[in-house]
Design a protein around this ligand. Structure first.
Ligand SMILES: C[S@@+](CC[C@H](N)C(=O)[O-])C[C@H]1O[C@@H](n2cnc3c(N)ncnc32)[C@H](O)[C@@H]1O
Length: 366
């Protein structure tokens, strides 16, 4: 199998393609990306047959910003015969993968694929049985074994292959299913909730998202992100000139500052979380986040970078490289991860965690 299939947000295929091409080169994997606008996926074709496996095994999935999922795939299976769509899929996988732990029959995240999804659900049961018979799949689900993917891009037309469970998205179609909490003041609450799911390992939630922590939310109104912090029993400073939802203010956990998020400074250095959803130029937001981290004003930060411009991949790469450099220059050791989340639109979400670092001296806004 020589292809790597990557899922992405429809409209971001070029960014996904540019990213996989650049990252593959770092692993000395060469090939080219096939892109169809608004399709919701990219196919990276490796020149060397075995390189697709190398990439999916070794390129850390968490480092990819625009890909929601990646798997090794063979040739596109076209015109699957309606009377037996199973045999060609099983044939493609037999001898390539054995003892996989789970099967996901998926589609691109487009409106056109919604009908196909109904078929996929029905198809999964008999396909799973056939794959078990051939030992492609284990008899019992196993979270530590590879995942078999069957990705229908049109009726009777699919890619199939596998991903590694320690280097993929654990979610079906790469999308965490979150329920909108009816008492949240805005739908963007789901962005921060998804960010927690994607960036913070579950076994660290009790320690890193725990009650009594202090948080600052820049650009907080009406309070969707603050809601997530309040729900986790944190004390929140919400900074915005707009109005906060009264239900949040009633909790007694929120202090509302009608101030400019670029000028606001915490009065104490005990802020665990800085979150920021201000609609501003990415460079300005990135610099502000660096300032908080360098000054030791917060331990972790989650922020959005809005991408209304044309050269989105370049913009993201430049800002993240600039942030990494600024932290390094100031002796801050930090983990930086960025992802275009399912609930992100023309934007990405970035998470930074300060591991250690001296706080040399105050850094001011330039
Ligand atoms: C996308 S909304 C935030 C939505 C919020 N995260 C939620 O979940 O409800 C952006 C907010 O940033 C605020 N904002 C923009 N520039 C700001 C600034 N310089 N200082 C403070 N707030 C700002 C706007 O007033 C607006 O309420």
């Amino acid at each position: 199998m020589s292809k790597v299939v990557l899922y992405c947000r429809p409209g971001f295929e070029k960014e996904c393609a540019a990213e996989i091409t650049e990252k593959a080169t770092q692993y000395e994997v060469f090939g080219f990306a096939r892109v169809k606008d608004n399709s919701g996926y990219v196919v990276f074709e490796c020149y060397q047959h075995e390189d697709a496996d190398k990439l999916v095994r070794h390129l850390p999935f968490r480092e990819l910003i625009f890909a929601r999922q990646m798997f090794v795939a063979g040739e596109l299976l076209r015109d699957l015969p309606p009377e037996d769509r199973i045999s060609p899929v099983v044939g493609m996988l037999t001898g390539v993968i054995e003892g996989a732990g789970d099967l996901r029959v998926e589609v691109p995240d487009t409106n056109e694929s919604k009908e196909l999804m109904k078929f996929c659900r029905k198809f999964t049961v008999p396909l799973r049985a056939a794959l078990r018979q051939q030992r492609v799949l284990l008899l019992k689900e196993n979270a530590h074994r590879p995942i078999v993917h069957v990705f229908f891009i049109a009726p009777g037309c699919c890619y199939t292959g596998y991903s590694y469970s320690n280097n993929n998205s654990p979610f079906f179609m790469g999308i965490p299913r979150l329920k909108f909490p009816s008492d949240a003041p805005s739908r963007s609450t789901l962005k921060l909730e998804e960010a927690f799911h994607v960036f913070i390992p579950y076994d660290e939630w009790d320690e890193r998202l725990s009650s009594g922590m202090h948080a600052v939310d820049l650009g907080a109104c009406p309070g969707g992100w603050t809601y997530q912090l309040v729900k986790r029993s944190m004390m929140v400073h919400a900074v915005d000139n707009g109005p906060m939802a009264p239900s949040l203010m009633d909790t007694g956990q929120v202090t509302h500052h009608r101030a400019d998020g670029f000028k606001f400074e915490p009065t104490r250095n005990n802020i665990d979380w800085l979150v920021c959803d201000m609609v501003e130029k990415p460079a300005r937001v990135t610099h502000l986040m660096a300032r908080w981290l360098v000054n030791g004003w917060c331990r972790e930060a989650i922020f959005n970078l809005k991408l209304p411009m044309k050269k989105r991949y370049e913009e993201v790469s430049q800002n993240l490289a600039g942030l990494a450099q600024e932290l390094k220059d100031n002796g801050i050791n930090a983990q930086i991860q960025a992802k275009q989340l399912y609930h992100d639109r023309e934007e990405i979400t970035v998470h930074v965690r300060r591991i250690w670092g001296a706080v040399p001296g105050r850094r001011d806004e330039r």
